[in-house]
Design a protein around this ligand. Structure first.
Ligand SMILES: [Zn+2]
Length: 504
């Protein structure tokens, strides 16, 4: 006896439909799953067997062969429990096969037969829609996530027994209804909360406008983290397409808890003890890492030199390519990783080098060693460097009106628009993405700007890379001011944000 059902797995961020073929024959009882199942799928046998028995159905005492097609795709995770169980019920004549037509089954089973949610529901449902499936069955909690894909019928039966009774028509299931999402949390952070720090705030504005990576150097208590967090309040809102993409990432990572598409740009701040796999992605069941969770948003690395050098080295590739490639024995795949990097560090191990009020206790050797932990190639990918001092008492108590995030966001949005239009022929969006060729074509300097740049280049003996970074930053500064050509003041400000950390 033979039956067929359908399930899905995720690979990278995309869902793939899996055909589950079940053959039952009158031989010595056995239960085999073939078709490149990973360990978690093999374990499915025990769960499926118990779940069927504990749901009041018969587990056939025959030779059962389950084939997962396509055979060349490695199947990870526990989400195939449900289509396997349904396939066995159909092949053993306990469910009519016609009832499975157009149905996609997505879920893990408990030994008692309860349906459990699995990561990546949204990606799998979107793949199902493309393949023409009309009905989707999953754990009750997962149904709301499935409904983010428009125009589908999702069902969330609590147990395998409820599902089977529904398919048999004995106790029809009602399709899940979209619940009203909880109101989005009020954005409470605002740049206006930060007194003083005008230069650091300006650096954040430039970083947001041109998608430039930023390194803040300053003593403990200077407010680096507080400043970094507020960049999301001045970045432009995500487009619908970006929002869906980010939601898929959080779904596949198993971090999706909301009942709405994610709208806020991600801000990720992993601790420096994070593993390389945690930062980049991977693991035995591959999951997106922090660089992918920060996609379309910000990756904040506080205390940059404390991160293992190996972790910082692997950051170079996603910073360069805006995607991350993960190679594993079974397959390799690519996750998106287009983020703004904001890093923070102390000026020296004790933190007080250059502080007017406290004395630094570090030796020159210690300071050199500390800074050498950040490699030159990583620094090359950071366009903006800024020193952040502890605010003075007078700044904290001053009652000067400070600009709100909304006012800065408006300038950022306009600067982004100018960049998009200018860089459209190359399909780029922001100045930080420009190569030499695009810089030559889109970054004209006026006469004074040109003269100042030559003077700075010669007197500071800048490298070609520093020169490029200054041009890109100056272009963004001119965009914020609405200037077509780069002026001397844009060059001067860009030079003030150049790298001052010498790394040998
Ligand atoms: Zn020190």
């Amino acid at each position: 006896m033979f039956a067929q059902s359908y399930g899905a797995v995720t690979f990278g961020l995309s869902g793939h439909i899996i055909t589950v073929e079940v053959d039952i024959s009158a031989h010595v009882p056995s239960f085999d799953i073939v078709g490149l199942p990973a360990a978690a799928v093999k374990e499915s046998k025990e769960r499926v067997r118990s779940a069927i028995r504990n749901s009041g159905y018969r587990f056939p005492v025959y030779k059962i062969t389950v084939n997962l097609a396509p055979a060349d795709l490695k199947k990870e995770g526990s989400g195939l429990d449900l289509p396997i169980a349904v396939g066995i019920l159909a092949a053993s004549g306990q469910l009519p096969e016609e009832a499975l037509a157009g149905c996609l089954f997505l879920g893990e089973l408990s030994l008692r037969g309860e349906l459990r949610p699995v990561p990546g529901i949204l990606s799998m449902v979107l793949a199902g829609k493309e393949a023409g499936f009309t009905k989707y069955f999953m754990a009750p909690d997962a149904a709301q996530e499935a409904l983010l894909a428009d125009g589908i019928e999702a069902y969330g039966p609590a147990t395998l027994a409820d599902l089977a009774e529904g398919l048999l028509g004995r106790a029809p299931l009602a399709p899940a209804e979209r619940r009203d999402p909880l109101p989005a949390p009020e954005e409470t952070d605002d740049l206006a909360d930060v007194q003083g720090q005008l230069v650091a705030k300006r650096a954040l504005e430039i970083a947001a406008a041109g998608a430039h990576n930023l390194l803040m150097t300053g003593p403990p208590g200077a407010g680096k983290t507080m400043l970094a967090r507020r960049i999301t309040t001045i970045l432009p809102p995500m487009t619908d397409e970006e929002a869906l993409e980010v939601t898929k990432i959080y779904s596949v990572a198993g971090l999706f808890k909301a009942e709405r598409i994610l709208r806020a740009r991600p801000f990720r701040s992993p601790h420096h003890t994070i593993s390389t796999a945690g930062l980049i992605g991977g693991g035995s069941i591959p999951r997106p890492g922090e660089v992918t969770l920060a996609h379309r948003g910000v990756l904040f690395l506080d205390e940059l030199p404390e991160f293992p050098r190996s972790a910082l080295e692997v950051l170079r590739q996603p910073l360069e390519d805006r995607v991350v490639h993960i190679a594993r024995a079974s397959a390799s795949f690519t996750y998106p990783a287009d983020f703004i990097l904001i890093a923070a560090m102390n000026p020296c191990p004790c933190g007080y080098l250059g502080d007017p009020d406290r004395e630094c206790t570090c030796t020159d050797g210690e300071i050199q060693r500390y800074r050498r932990k950040i490699s030159g190639p990583l620094l090359d990918r950071i366009d903006l460097h800024v020193s952040v001092a502890r605010p003075k008492y007078s700044e904290l108590t001053a009652s000067v009106r400070v600009e709100s995030s909304a006012a800065v966001a408006a300038r950022v949005a306009e600067a982004r628009r100018l960049q998009r239009e200018r860089l459209a022929p190359w399909r780029l969006h922001t100045n930080s993405e420009m190569s030499r060729r695009q810089m030559q074509e889109t970054c004209p300097l006026d006469r004074e700007g040109s003269a100042l740049l030559r003077q700075v280049f010669e007197s500071l003996r800048l490298s070609a890379r520093s020169y490029d970074r200054i041009i890109k930053v100056a272009r963004t500064i001119a965009d914020l001011a609405g200037r077509a050509s780069i002026a001397a003041e844009d060059v001067a400000e860009a030079v003030s944000f150049r790298n001052r950390i010498s790394v040998k």
